[in-house]
Design a protein around this ligand. Structure first.
Ligand SMILES: Nc1ncnc2c1ncn2[C@@H]1O[C@H](COP(=O)(O)OP(=O)(O)OP(=O)(O)O)[C@@H](O)[C@H]1O
Ligand SMILES: [Mg+2]
Length: 261
């Protein structure tokens, strides 16, 4: 049985349907990546998993049990933790305070989890351990991303939903963060990785899903997706036509060529 499943899910905002017929499964211990262009619905899918958004059709199942109607708080208690796009750390607070807030859901359950997880994140992120008393808002994008992931780990999740961890992070630190995501998988945490950076995401994932025009258009082992010609052309910046918004200079060149012709 999959650990987590989205079964024929539809969702949106107000009267707009953003996603339809979404089927995703995640087995325990996998990194599953969700790739797609700007606005394809990656964050919306991430929110459906963590409960920031409820499905209008279909259901989300955890251990085979429907959780689509549960709040984000309930799902956090069941082990689903969301590291949101743009990090959303508390910039005016210290690193230690940000971590403490991540432990909110477990503090009434078992306080020993806080100490365990604190030791765990300090081991994973020595840079944070050295700066526990520093104000988080002064950190670089990459360090803030590490803090956001560390905060997400404080509740001892079984499933970590990571929304665009590479966004606004310098390339060297992106490589470090992606290595760390693999390490988390090796520690037994199941990961949903929503990423525009398809190349790097597919390089570390076990399986992947491609979101286009409100639905899943391709899925499979990450290696197979990475070597698919379609994906290479559309998301990995190689080969012929440029059909997505990532390569704005390519689109501009095509427009100029059309004007000149
Ligand atoms: N709170 C909201 N209210 C209304 N529409 C929204 C809201 N959030 C997202 N949308 C719309 O839903 C669609 C999917 O957005 P979503 O943020 O899920 O895409 P994404 O794949 O994460 O994009 P990005 O790569 O820019 O992060 C877009 O058309 C977006 O404008
Ligand atoms: Mg997004």
């Amino acid at each position: 049985m999959p650990l987590l499943e989205l079964r024929q899910v539809a969702a949106g905002y107000s009267n707009t349907t953003v996603l339809k017929n979404i089927d995703i499964t995640m087995k325990a211990g996998e990194i599953v990546t969700l790739v797609g262009a700007n606005g394809a619905g990656k964050s919306t899918t991430a929110k459906l998993i963590s409960g920031m958004l409820r499905p209008s059709k279909g259901d989300v199942l955890l251990d085979g049990k429907p959780i689509g109607s549960l709040t984000a708080c309930d799902r956090l208690r069941q082990g689903i933790s969301h590291v949101p796009e743009g990090r959303q750390i508390f910039g005016g607070l210290t690193v230690a305070d940000n971590l403490a807030l991540g432990a909110y859901s477990v503090c009434k359950v078992d306080r020993s989890i806080i100490e365990q997880q604190f030791k765990f994140v300090c081991r994973l992120f020595p840079v944070l351990r050295e700066r526990l008393g520093d104000i988080a808002g002064n950190f670089s994008g990459g360090q803030q991303q590490m803090l956001a992931i560390a905060r997400g780990l404080m509740s001892r999740p079984r499933i970590l939903v990571l929304d665009e961890p590479s966004l606004g992070v310098a390339p060297l630190l992106v490589a470090e963060i992606f290595k760390l995501i693999q390490r988390l998988r090796d520690e037994g945490i199941t990961i949903l990785l929503a990423e525009q950076n398809a190349r790097q995401a597919l390089a570390i994932a076990d399986r992947g899903y491609v979101l286009e025009q409100s639905t899943i258009t391709m899925s499979g082992p990450a290696g197979e997706l990475a070597s698919s010609k379609d994906i290479a052309e559309r998301y990995l910046g190689v080969g012929g036509s440029v059909s997505h918004g990532h390569d704005r200079s390519g689109q501009m060149a095509a427009k100029l060529q059309a004007l000149i012709a």
